[in-house]
Design a protein around this ligand. Sequence first.
Ligand SMILES: C[S@@+](CC[C@H](N)C(=O)[O-])C[C@H]1O[C@@H](n2cnc3c(N)ncnc32)[C@H](O)[C@@H]1O
Length: 269
Amino acid sequence: MVDSSSPLGQHPEINTAVPQTARIWNYWLGGKDNFPVDRQVGDQILQAFPAIVENARASRAFLARAVEYLAGQAGIRQFLDIGTGLPTANNTHEVAQRVAPECRIVYVDNDPIVLAHARALITSSPEGATAYLDADLRDPENILRQAARGLDLDQPVAIMLMGILGHIADDDEAQSIVDALVDGVPSGSYLTINDGTDTSEEVVEAARIWNQSANPTYHLRSPERIARFFDGVELVEPGAVSPPRWHPEPSSAGPPAEIDSCCGVGRKP
Ligand SMILES: C[S@@+](CC[C@H](N)C(=O)[O-])C[C@H]1O[C@@H](n2cnc3c(N)ncnc32)[C@H](O)[C@@H]1O
């Protein structure tokens, strides 16, 4: 584990020949940590599905509102953010520690470029701590074992799965990963999910283009299927909805438009 007190270790070679999910996402979010192959597939998808940029921004905005809720109203002080992505504005630890500086965050990703940028993620308020774990979502027991070095797993934890479950194609495998993670944290913990839905022709075409060339592949699900990942936890109001509809900022412009994603926050009873 890379933590705020240890030097960044050697990271495996970064493959600049194959488009990678963290880097394409970074491109759509306006970041600079991407290569020509990532921009090429990113642009192809943009043509088929121009709303992807709005989708990426609205997804990040949901992350910030969910973390504010968790660290604020829900009183959560520990976060396990799996599928972190490249550092951007309002990373989980920044939002959480703005609300409660003592928050502890463990980030997890399996892309070497995210590991290479881990230093930017593991800044922390003096009262709290952040750490980075190079691990695969497909091995939740390993994640929990290693996360226990940075988090007290006898105390509530917010598990964050943002834009990552679509990378697990098989429904049963994705469900068993979610179940194992929730089983590994105590009552009063939270599960936060946001993932792409198959709710427009354009997004389905975008996923088809993605799966021809980018790594790892991404599988859209129906909003109902994503909502079922919350079976066993109590969904916070308004339930599983499109991200702009989850605790929206007050606006005079009426209800916010939906995007092709489904998100929610659930509490383990
Ligand atoms: C679309 S990005 C989302 C980034 C961030 N969570 C957000 O919402 O902005 C998905 C991230 O999941 C990571 N990822 C994909 N499959 C993974 C796996 N099996 N184990 C760990 N991380 C994975 C990718 O490397 C990438 O950083």
